[in-house]
Design a protein around this ligand. Structure first.
Ligand SMILES: [Zn+2]
Length: 183
């Protein structure tokens, strides 16, 4: 599957001058929600991602809300597992809400659309592990971490990308006066 082409085709690959959550600036941004709003493309992505973890048996797939909800759903469907999500707990962490059942000892795959630092998928992992389950792998559509994301379990992505990012003080796009967009 040509994942980058899918982002491009659905208008989810943005080009310009973006302020990333990390505070750095980048000429490109992947807006996964734009891609995942198409159920057929979302399912294709879920099937491809599930294919990277065929040898694992997991009870559920969990992703951080909101971005990880659809991805967890389509990946879980392809794996024949349950789909859960973690959401902000208002105290700087994440929680799995009541009603999303987790049994102690269950094994899960954690997913996120784009992993940059891995911080939000890490929070989703902690939320599910707090209910007694165990993370056995992490999956992403795109790994933008440049090999820096580490979870202590296998981490696989459909695509590895190394878009340039700049500190604001040395950003060539700022120097050219291109308007900065928050994403
Ligand atoms: Zn800039």
């Amino acid at each position: 599957m040509d994942v980058l082409e899918l982002y491009r085709k659905t208008g989810a690959l943005l080009e310009g001058h973006f302020l990333l959550r990390s505070g750095r600036h980048s000429p490109r941004f992947l807006q996964s929600t734009t891609l995942l709003q198409h159920p057929l493309y979302a399912e294709a992505v879920g099937q491809a991602l599930a294919g990277l973890f065929e040898e694992l048996s997991v009870d559920f797939v969990v992703g951080p809300a909101m971005g990880g909800v659809v991805l967890a759903f389509v990946t879980a469907k392809a794996l024949g597992a349950r789909a859960l999500f973690a959401e902000k707990d208002g105290m700087g962490g994440m929680r799995v809400r009541e009603g999303l059942t987790i049994h102690p000892g269950e094994r899960f795959l954690a997913v996120e659309d784009v992993v940059t630092t891995g911080a939000s998928v890490q929070q989703a992992i902690r939320a599910a592990e707090a209910k007694g389950a165990r993370c056995v792998a992490v999956g992403a559509i795109v790994d933008r971490s440049g090999g820096r994301a580490e979870f202590g379990v296998p981490f696989r992505a459909l695509l590895e990308l190394d878009f340039p990012t700049y500190a604001p003080a040395s950003c060539p796009l700022c120097q050219r006066g291109i308007p900065l967009e928050e994403v």
